[in-house]
Design a protein around this ligand. Structure first.
Ligand code: AMP
Length: 217
């Protein structure tokens, strides 16, 4: 099974993708994580992507399409995957379509998680990540914790530098101007499943799984 998860920054895509990957036993492919790894390791891609990500803008399509092409052709993706953060532009969506058809994949679910802007800004300014395991937490989950609750690394929490309010507003503009047309494209094809992203984490996971099951039956 292939899941393509959409949603504005901060809607909980990454959190849901990780949970669904474990539940469905398929790899979680996050283009944001791939880019952040490249930045950390200071590869040629990372050096190029660093400034762009810090401004809240999009890395060029040809680079992103190359990354997805390589990743989805890996053996670990042959029984399915969850895409988180791709496609974000119409050009990426068209290339993904070609790639899915080359790989003869037709069991694909397009899921759009929704939330209102103020809630998104609140969530993002309050979120912290563990620099070792990359899991995401809200401030109130880790306030009194000296170690990461998932991997137990000490002193590992940090705030992503694209999680400050000005950059968040820019990321939301980019989403509305560039990624919303991708959602409109899938909605016109009648293949977009929309799920409210504002419930508890468990509720949202269940809503996604129920929506997928309804499509399968
Ligand atoms: P994310 O973790 O998905 O919010 O991604 C963080 C940042 O990585 C984005 O704000 C973009 O700068 C970049 N990025 C991730 N995925 C893509 C993509 N598909 N196309 C272009 N840029 C991307």
């Amino acid at each position: 099974m292939q899941l393509i998860l959409f949603g504005a920054p901060g809607v909980g895509k990454g959190t849901q993708a990780k949970i669904l990957a474990t539940r469905l036993r398929i790899p979680h492919i996050s283009t944001g994580d791939i880019l952040r790894d490249a930045v950390r390791n200071q590869t040629a891609l990372g050096v190029k992507a660093h400034e762009i990500i810090s401004r809240g803008e999009l890395v060029p399509d040809d680079i992103m399409i190359g990354i997805i092409n390589d990743t989805l052709n890996q053996p670990r993706c042959k029984d399915g995957f969850i895409l988180d953060g791709f496609p974000r532009t119409l050009a990426q969506a068209k290339e993904l379509e070609k790639l899915l058809s080359e790989l003869k994949l037709s069991d694909v679910f397009y899921i759009n998680l929704t939330a209102n802007t103020e809630e998104i800004i609140k969530r993002l300014t309050n979120r912290r990540a563990c620099k070792v395991c990359q899991n995401i937490f809200s401030l109130n989950e880790i306030e009194d914790k000296l170690k990461c609750p998932i991997c137990s690394s000490p002193d590992s929490f940090y705030q992503r530098n694209d999680d400050n309010e000005d950059i968040i507003r820019n990321r939301l503009n980019v989403f509305n101007n560039t990624t919303q047309p991708v959602l409109d494209y899938y909605a016109r094809k009648n293949i977009l499943i929309t799920v409210d992203g504002l419930g508890t984490i468990d509720d949202v996971t269940e809503h996604i799984l129920t929506a997928i099951e309804a499509k399968l039956n």
